[in-house]
Design a protein around this ligand. Structure first.
Ligand code: LR7
Ligand code: MN
Length: 592
């Protein structure tokens, strides 16, 4: 009978649903499938101090639940692109304020929480690498100024979650006199509430010191054998520490950097970086260089280490005694900039070596601007660069000196010159000839390069769809208000015209919308309430990333809202992003 049939359908439906749910819960709730640290036996110099507790599975750090984490992963994983969706004014406030204060999408960062899974970006061979059982334990030093709480905590927890406890001596957080209300109290109470004090120590600077003196202060509190420095918006990846510690154990004058993976500032998506090494230009800006084939193809290449002329600065590990012996940092350098080249030159010129370790992966949020200045508004990069040039660059320093810098005072450098003397360091010419022969002495004007774009290369993303972009409510098409080639120009709705190439949009695999083959539909990062405009395509997603789904809505990934016609009957044809509501004024069709 009909009733029986529906009853059976009901049973079938319920049982299938439950099986699927249970399957998901159990298969994803386990840590199977992902490599953990189980292969590291309970041994090592610190074994008597801490019971090795593994990052995942039994005995993890308190609020951590693998199952919940998996659920959060499903809901908020950036591949679903909707993790930044704005549901109300409060969300919008969090987002806009976040961009203003931190220059990245704090709404998504908050929703991600303090633990998340990351794609394992290492070469497959890294998983088979075997490291010594006994390695020196690390003090992780993280210096921060006004950091977003969720990003800071995710940095800390990624370290706790992915480091065998016996290798983690401590985490030292140096609060560089942050001004954000609540940050201090929130951090103190979090550490206390979750009983993190065993491993996590908070040091507070009475006044703003900048990241250079800040790290020196952190290091002076550290007692682990090795120092590991991280920025306050990082996430360490699977088995990140052992490959860094092993080379230091072999030779205490080896300084190592992980490969710095990219965490998008707009979506917080984690993606692998190509294996590149550090260089610089004559403006003393750090840049990434391709690795010479000889270096990459050496037997050690892809899984061992790569010699690097310089480091990016924020993420590296170094023997603590060697850090002191080598002269720490230049304490005359302020706030930000230059210290990375200074320590790189010093390492190479004074008998050490600097390596990049491809099997160690740490993600870093790359921002398009720095959200803070120096207290007095000085250009600390120029000040710091002058100091390092005068101490380390011999006759080459003048290549760097822009005319306006020649007269500028840079303070007393005698203590740093004494360091160079004491360590009997080699000349800068030796460094260029031996360590960085690729450096072009003849072209002092190489432009600084953004690492974020390194892996985009010159490849043009494939176009998925072409046509006019018609709003279903207004029944009009999206066009440039002025010329379609004018950067910064607004877009409006006008009558559709199938023959007008100026109305043709291309939607590509990077989710960019390109008008007339030239400019991209773009949103302001700072004020999401500003209407969209046409800008040069930057190829790094976020503010130029739109998802065009089956529901015909056009979702802006970094703003978290949908494109809508403001007033469907007004001839002005204005458009703006608004909270997604599925109405017809938010529906678009890309018609060929
Ligand atoms: O006054 C300050 N006090 C601080 O404690 C200013 C900053 N900081 C903290 C800040 O909160 C952050 O944790 O110092 C850290 C670094 O500052 P960022 O993140 O603003 O710097 P950045 O990532 O833009 O800059 C890179 O170059 C800097 C030069 O001084 C430092 O060496 C950074 O550590 C370095 N970051 C990296 O190397 C990560 C990879 C980037 C690349 C390439
Ligand atoms: Mn940083």
């Amino acid at each position: 009978s009909v009733t029986l049939r529906y009853f059976c359908y009901g049973c079938l439906f319920t049982s299938v649903t439950w099986s699927v749910l249970l399957f998901l819960y159990f298969s994803l709730g386990q840590d199977g499938g992902r490599p953990t640290f189980r292969y590291v036996p309970i041994q090592g110099p610190q074994a008597h101090r801490f019971q090795p507790r593994f990052s995942k599975g039994p005995g993890g750090y308190p609020p951590y639940s693998e199952q919940l984490n998996q659920l959060a992963f499903f809901i908020h994983h950036p591949i679903f692109s909707f993790s930044g969706m704005i549901f109300n004014e409060q969300d919008q406030e969090v987002r806009d304020m976040g961009y203003h204060r931190h220059a990245f999408n704090v709404l998504i960062s908050n929703r991600l929480g303090y633990h998340r899974d990351l794609p394992d970006t290492r070469d497959d061979k890294c998983r088979d690498m075997i490291y010594p059982l006994s390695l020196p334990a690390a003090s992780v030093v993280i210096c921060f100024f006004n950091e977003a709480f969720s990003a800071l905590l995710r940095t800390v927890h990624s370290v706790l979650d992915r480091t065998p406890a016996y290798l983690l001596h401590e985490i030292i957080l140096v609060d560089d006199s942050s001004e954000l209300a609540d940050l201090k109290e929130d951090l103190d109470s979090y550490v206390q509430q979750h009983k993190l004090q065993v491993k996590v120590k908070v040091v507070r600077n009475e006044k703003r010191e900048g990241l250079i003196r800040g790290r020196m202060i952190g290091a002076s509190h550290a007692t682990g054998e090795v120092l590991v420095f991280l920025d306050s918006h990082c996430e360490v990846n699977e088995a990140w520490l052992q490959p860094l510690l092993a080379p230091i154990q072999r030779d205490h004058k080896t300084v190592v950097c992980p490969v710095i993976d990219i965490i998008s500032a707009d979506t917080l998506a984690y993606s692998p970086s190509p294996i590149v090494r550090g260089g610089f230009n004559w403006g003393l800006h750090f840049k990434w260089d391709t690795v010479p084939a000889s270096e990459l193809n050496s037997p050690d290449g892809a899984v061992g280490s790569i010699r690097s002329p310089t480091m990016a600065g924020g993420l590296f590990a170094m023997d603590r005694k060697y850090f002191n012996e080598l002269g720490q940092y230049d304490s005359g350098m302020d706030i930000w900039g230059g210290e990375n080249l200074e320590i790189s030159f010093r390492i190479w010129m004074c008998g050490g070596q600097l390596l990049i370790i491809p099997c160690a992966r740490v993600g870093h949020i790359f921002r398009k601007r720095r959200p803070y200045g120096s207290p007095g508004g000085q250009d600390t990069m120029a000040h710091n660069s002058l100091r390092l040039a005068h101490v380390w660059m011999d006759e080459y320093k003048y290549l760097n000196l822009r005319p306006e810098l020649r007269e500028r005072a840079y303070g007393d450098i005698s203590e740093r010159q004494a360091v160079r003397q004491r360590l009997q360091c080699r000349s800068f010419k030796w460094y260029l000839d031996t360590i960085y022969p690729e450096m072009q002495v003849a072209s002092p004007h190489n432009k600084p390069q953004q690492p974020v774009f390194v892996n985009k290369g010159l490849r043009r993303p494939k176009v998925l769809q072409r046509g006019r972009l018609r709003n279903l409510k207004a029944d009009k098409c999206l066009v440039a208000q002025g010329r379609s080639t004018q950067k910064g120009g607004a877009v409006v709705l006008r009558s559709c015209d199938t023959h007008n190439p100026e109305q043709e949009w291309a939607y590509d695999e990077e989710h960019e919308l390109i008008l007339a083959g030239l400019l991209c539909l773009d949103m302001s990062e700072i004020r999401s309430s500003d209407p969209p405009r046409l800008m040069k395509c930057h190829g790094s997603g976020g503010s130029q990333q739109w998802t065009l789904g089956k529901s015909n809505r056009l979702y802006q990934v970094s703003v978290g809202q949908c494109l809508a016609v403001v007033d469907p009957i007004s001839p002005k044809g204005y458009v703006a992003t608004a909270i997604c509501n599925g109405s017809q004024s938010q529906q678009w069709q890309l018609e060929g």
